[in-house]
Design a protein around this ligand. Structure first.
Ligand code: FES
Length: 503
């Protein structure tokens, strides 16, 4: 009698060939996920992103649209970035030798929708002993919070929680081993991240985050046990989660505020350019915040040749009048374009008149795209009409949010002490490109400071001084959220700023 199960052969760049047992007829993407095979699946398996490509019998197929067949053999080539240590944080400050007191070790964490970073800190001296970063394994369930919420609501909550918990536990262990201690010796852990990331970590149902009025069903607690946070009780150190303001203004922006406030600006604007663009504007008397669905373009997502900030990602582009020049992360041969490159590419296309002020590409580029670079194998890396549209959507969503927060606060740009730009762009963002495409108003340019991962920065500050957790709580209570979708001016601003023309 024929069994329902079969052995399939899966070849990946990282692990080579492996045999996996699977049910005939099972969804291939699900089987790969269950067996921890790293594969990109940006749309979460809906068949729209085209990223989950596998090679079967010399043919390209989408894993999410393929059923397992008897003795299937396949090659997976996407998703390798999941195990590339990201440049920005990989070097870390190896100060293990200068740690003063091993009784005061704690860990600060930022769980980003795309990237996760952890730092081991000596709370007493404030020194950072070691750093780890990795791409969030939940990306296999979609690249934005909306797809993750949908997956969680459709039965994948356990898998999403397991994905982040197991990665964090491994990273915590590995950080501790850098200084020769056990995780049981940690004093506490402080975690920042958007509200969806926190819910998935805590294994909370996410329904309330995905439906109107978007009020998180679970209230923030002052302190969590290790077991509540990670599902195991191997340690008994407390875990602090930086409080969230609402469903879409998370602890990452609260932490970001703490990080920026440390720079002493009294009236300032913080813009975190993630997939969910979160913003906070504060004066002596009030704090306003909002979030806007910017989409993943600023992280290289949804872009034809887009990629995360991995070695080989084109992070800087110039146009000399007749050709493009570029720089890649770690100087590796180009593999794709990351967020800062997307912004540069758009500014260059505008400057070179490849696109007009409405964002339409001139012929023949409208159909063919513009060749920005060539891969090592000679294949072109193109920037297409669709990519320009993605960038326009992202930049107008952010810009509309900026304008509305300023007007709600009754402030002009000249009254701001500083504008902090946080997010995956890190230090690579070029302010000129941001201004050129209209992402930011020109008058802001002089005030902008790129601060990289301010969510991690805030979590680390709390680790150094736990009293700051009280400030974070107070802030989360005091912050007034402006719902952009319900704001009477949002649609107009959004439409106006889609164009590249100066208003
Ligand atoms: S097309 Fe398969 S995950 Fe997006």
């Amino acid at each position: 009698m024929k069994s329902d199960n079969t052995n399939i052969k899966v070849t990946t760049v990282r692990d080579g060939e492996q045999d996996i047992e699977a049910k005939v007829g099972a969804n291939l993407l699900e089987v790969l996920r269950e067996n921890n095979v790293s594969i990109a699946a940006n749309c979460g398996g809906r068949g729209t992103c085209g990223k989950c490509v596998v090679h079967i019998d010399g043919e390209e197929r989408l894993a999410c649209q393929t059923e397992v067949t008897e003795g299937m053999q396949l090659k997976v080539s996407s998703g390798e970035e999941s195990f590339v240590i990201l440049e920005d944080y990989a070097s870390g400050e190896k100060l293990a030798d200068s740690i003063d007191n091993y009784d005061n070790l704690c860990i600060g964490v930022d769980i980003g929708t795309t990237t996760v970073v952890l730092q081991l800190i000596d709370a007493k001296s404030g020194k950072i002993a070691s750093t780890r970063s990795f791409l969030n394994a939940q990306r296999q369930y979609g690249e934005d919070v909306i797809s993750r919420i949908q997956c969680a609501n459709e039965g994948d909550l356990d898998a999403l929680t397991d994905a982040i918990r197991s990665n964090l536990l491994a990273a915590i262990k590995s950080l501790c081993s850098d200084v020769g201690v056990e995780p049981t010796q940690l004093k506490y852990i402080c975690i920042a991240g958007n509200t969806t990331m926190m819910f998935l970590l805590l294994h909370y149902e996410c329904q309330s985050l995905g439906v109107f009025p978007f009020e998180p069903e679970f209230k923030h607690k002052d302190q969590y046990t290790f077991f509540e946070t990670f599902g195991v009780d191997t340690c008994d150190c407390p875990v602090y989660l930086v409080p969230w303001v609402s469903a879409y203004v998370g602890g990452d922006i609260t932490a970001g505020y703490l990080d920026c406030r440390g720079n002493g600006s009294e009236t300032a604007f913080l813009i975190d350019m993630g997939t969910n663009g979160e913003m906070m504007l504060w004066t002596k008397d009030k704090i306003l915040c909002t979030s806007t669905a910017a989409g993943p373009a600023f992280e290289g997502g949804g872009i034809t040749y887009g990629t995360g900030s991995i070695p080989g990602a084109i992070s800087k582009i110039d146009y000399t009048g007749d050709s493009f020049t570029f720089e890649t992360i770690a100087g590796e041969p180009p593999v794709g374009i990351c967020g800062s490159g997307v912004l540069d590419a758009s500014a260059c296309l505008l400057r070179g008149e490849f696109v007009d002020e409405t964002g339409r590409m001139e012929d023949p580029y409208f159909d063919e795209g513009v060749v920005i670079a060539k891969k090592a194998n000679g294949k072109p890396i193109l920037f297409t009409q669709k990519d320009v549209r993605e960038l326009q959507l992202a930049k107008s969503a952010i810009r509309a949010g900026v304008e509305i927060l300023l007007s709600e606060a009754g402030l002009t740009i000249s009254q701001l002490d500083a504008v902090y730009l946080a997010g995956g762009f890190g230090q690579k963002l070029r302010i000129e490109s941001a201004v050129e495409v209209g992402l930011l108003p020109e008058e802001m340019a002089q005030k902008v400071r790129s601060i990289g991962n301010s969510s991690l920065g805030g979590a680390v500050r709390i680790c150094r001084d736990l009293k700051m957790l009280e400030d974070a709580k107070e802030l989360a209570e005091k912050a007034e959220e402006i719902q952009l979708s319900a704001h009477p001016d949002f649609q107009n601003f959004f439409m106006d700023y889609m164009a590249f023309a100066d208003l």
